[in-house]
Design a protein around this ligand. Structure first.
Ligand code: SF4
Length: 210
């Protein structure tokens, strides 16, 4: 077993937050040392916690549509890694889900990222991922200035149902940002849509953890 596999297996088995989470910890992520695109989200929601499949919910469908990728491309771990700030569902808080647990970064996330050297582009999905990578700042301002962070980082809003309202108030996102996002994703993961390995289910060295 390689260092990558050992670390990934240990992260999958992590129960460090069992006394503070409202449900049994279930780390959900998708990784491979060959991945070229990283989706840095915030934490699984309740549906993803139940299924164990990252972004297997309405937010994921919206994110794939924004990115212009097929499900096969999205779930092909050898191309696309999905590593949120917090790996486990954090439960509810006032107005939505609780913040991602901070323990993951020190225990697993930083070391896993160090073992994925092929990452060309990181999508910073939502404020937590942006704060982690870029420090304090306003999400909308960063998305509007997305070119300042290219070619290796691309700030995005979280694709929750609220993004529908946000997009209505910020029409430049659909007109200016999404075409650039699709082009950047295409450059990172491959040449043409439809050319992805259709297995996409953590085959080979790619692993979907749940
Ligand atoms: S949130 Fe992170 S640190 Fe906490 S139990 Fe899950 S994987 Fe472990």
């Amino acid at each position: 077993m390689t260092e990558f596999d050992e670390l990934a297996a240990s992260a999958r088995a992590c129960r460090a937050c069992s006394t503070v989470l409202p449900v049994e910890p279930r780390p959900v992520f998708q990784i491979s040392p060959e991945a070229r695109l990283l989706i840095a989200g915030q934490a699984p929601g309740s549906k993803v916690h139940a299924s164990g499949i990252p972004f297997a919910d309405a937010s994921g469908a919206r994110l794939r549509e924004w990115m212009g990728v097929t499900e096969a491309e999205f779930y092909d771990a050898r191309r696309t890694a999905i590593l949120p700030i917090g790996f486990c569902y954090p439960g509810r808080a006032k107005g939505g889900d609780a913040p991602p647990r901070p323990e993951c970064a020190k225990l697993w996330r930083n070391d896993l990222l160090a073992l994925m050297p092929q990452i060309r582009l990181t999508l910073l999905v939502g404020t937590y991922a942006q704060h982690d990578a870029l420090g304090p700042g306003r999400m909308t301002d960063r998305v509007r200035r997305f070119r300042d962070f290219l070619p290796d980082r691309f700030p995005l809003p979280h694709p929750s149902w609220r993004s529908h309202i946000w997009m209505r108030d910020n029409p430049w996102f659909e007109a200016e940002v999404l075409p650039e996002l699709r082009a950047s994703v295409r450059r990172a993961i491959g040449e043409s849509r439809g050319g992805a390995n259709a297995s996409g289910m953590g085959s080979g060295r790619g692993q979907r953890m749940r």
